[in-house]
Design a protein around this ligand. Sequence first.
Ligand code: ZN
Length: 203
Amino acid sequence: MKIFCIGRNYADHAAEMGSNVPKQPMVFMKPPTALLINDKPFYYPDFSNEIHYEAEIVLRICKNGKHVKPEFAHTYYDAIGLGIDFTARDLQRKCKEKGHPWEIAKGFDNSAPISKFWPLDDFEDLTSIQFSLQKNEVVVQKGDTAHLIFDYSDLICHISKFFKIQHGDLIFTGTPAGVGPVLKGDKLVGKIGDREVLHCEIR
Ligand code: ZN
């Protein structure tokens, strides 16, 4: 399975990073070994001093597709969850400066804590899913998928031009403003609506 991630898909986050809003979805990938499931703790890696959280709505792909057309894109995902795209911001900054690929800053082991998934029927309005992240009981990120620059269909069409999407693949749809660092001992709680769906302790 593949994990696709989208950079700068909320204007407020692009602004806080001092980046322009992209004209096309910015796609990168994490390997399957990035997944951290069942609310397991995250162990702070020794190669970074600046791990940032990025809370994101995640789509689960339910069938294989290539060159998916916009009118059919909604049939390619069947469930939604919440994930954190942990980012070694210090390494990412160095990679960006040098124009190097940033996999080591984004795709390292356990860099993608993920909640369970819920079927689409569980959501009142798929185009406006509210989600949030708390750090030590303080809300640090609040998002609403209504503010996605590229919506689910845009993402599926764009990604499937380059990569065959396959049953079980995941798409991290991007993070809203409020990203920031974690320290050992921090406790993160992710919510979709009012429901706590993801817990992650930093050790
Ligand atoms: Zn992200």
